[in-house]
Design a protein around this ligand. Structure first.
Ligand code: 3PG
Length: 398
């Protein structure tokens, strides 16, 4: 159901779940991509004359108020972007929240304090979550689910509240689902997937599913060392999940059986320490010396990966190729991003998923328009690629 299904919203209180889980340095937002992505829905509701009450989380506070996770910086930035003051309630559903909502004029937007300051939000006990959902529902006449990054969470403000109010998917959620569906449902081929990030254990489900769906899997990032170890190479002191080596060996065999090409780096940038100014050199991927750690894929691998992307018609990318935050180890991520931009210009449909890859794209100065879709979802986009049913989406379809 879309926002249109909610009918005339003038004067109605609309509760919107957004994902404002942005990276912070103290109280400074270092990447406001998720806030900007929320604007189309919020602007549309405000222009329709709704009284917009936004609920969101930030970080993982322990179920009670914690100033370091306050949404105050988000309220300020959201106000700047919307061009109106956004009042932040001091609590989630308490006296302050009720007063802020009661004072809200048509077309105005207010934000409730971090919903994870209330332990019931993430409770595994249905009744506890439903109690908080009821309090949230009492603040509104309708619910719009627009926090794509949290639709994989069965939480009160994502899932349970949608059962209590007329509910619809917001524009961001619709755009995300439509874009990701182009990769998950009958992708145009060749379909190439680039996976990086630190841990292979975070990506087991997605790899297993892609071994039946993708044509090529390009692997980089910290997780690649478990693949190199599975190939019998020594990886020095690189990140290694020794307990996953056997699983990865199974994946390599299954890929061969299924005709899925697994592309691993041929060279690695190995450093003496995990530091921006660490001494480093490029070595063959099967010759990482003891006492050194791989922090990026090498330049030859960057070229290889770009070549493997050049003729792809569908591309999904999740996870940086190296420690892109350090200049010396950003080359692999840059090469992959450029390869995807070039393939997109040549007609591929490309999706960048995962907070880190999206942040990398922006931090490395790429124009977002060079990619077909930059997802705001980390875990959520991975779970869609994994073929799972996401509770926050299923509840809207019911
Ligand atoms: C994210 O950052 O991926 C989402 O905001 C979900 O956050 P969570 O992993 O803490 O639930």
């Amino acid at each position: 159901k879309t926002i249109d299904s909610l009918g005339d919203l003038r004067g109605k209180r609309v509760l919107v779940r957004s994902d404002f889980n942005v990276p912070l340095d103290g109280t400074t937002i270092t990447d406001d991509g998720r806030i900007r992505a929320a604007l189309p829905t919020l602007t549309r509701l405000a222009e329709a004359g709704a009284r917009v009450v936004v609920t969101a989380h930030l970080g993982r506070p322990k179920g009670s108020p914690d100033p370091q996770y306050s949404l105050a910086p988000v309220a300020a930035r959201l106000g700047e972007l919307l061009g109106q003051d956004v009042v932040l309630a001091d609590d989630v559903t308490g006296d302050s929240a009720r007063a802020v909502v009661a004072d809200l004029a048509d077309g105005r937007v207010a934000l409730l304090e971090n919903v994870r300051f209330d332990a019931r939000e993430t409770s595994k006990v249905d009744g506890e979550r439903k109690e908080l959902a009821r309090e949230l529902a009492d603040l509104a006449d309708a619910f719009v689910s627009d926090g794509f990054g949290v639709v994989h969470r069965k939480q009160a403000s994502v899932y349970d509240v949608a059962e209590l109010l007329p509910a619809a998917a917001g524009d961001l959620v619709l755009k995300e689902v439509e874009s990701l569906s182009r990769a998950t449902t009958d992708p145009e081929r060749p379909y190439a997937v680039v996976l990086g990030g630190s841990k292979v254990s975070d990506k087991l489900g997605v790899i297993a599913n892609l071994l039946t769906k993708a044509d090529r899997l390009l692997i980089g990032g910290g997780m690649v060392f478990t693949f190199l170890a599975a190939k019998g190479h020594s990886v020095g002191s690189s990140l290694l999940e020794a307990d996953q080596v056997e699983t990865v060996k199974g994946y390599l065999e299954q890929a061969e059986q299924n005709g899925v090409e697994i592309v691993l780096p041929t060279d690695i940038v190995a450093a003496d320490a995990f530091a921006a100014d660490a001494a480093h050199r490029t070595v063959p991927a099967d010759a990482i010396a003891d006492g050194t750690m791989g922090l990026d894929i090498g330049p030859e691998s960057g070229e290889l990966f770009a070549a493997k992307l050049a003729d792809a018609k569908t591309i999904a990318w999740n996870g940086p190729m190296g420690v892109f935050e350090f200049d010396a180890f950003a080359g692999g991520t840059r090469a992959v991003a450029q390869g995807i931009v070039d393939a997109t210009a040549a007609g591929a449909f490309s999706i960048v998923g995962g907070g880190d890859s999206a942040a990398a794209v922006r931090a490395l100065g790429f124009d977002e328009a060079g990619f077909s879709h930059i997802s705001t979802g980390g875990g959520a986009s991975l779970e869609l690629l994994e073929g799972k049913e996401l509770p926050g989406l299923a509840v809207l379809a019911d």
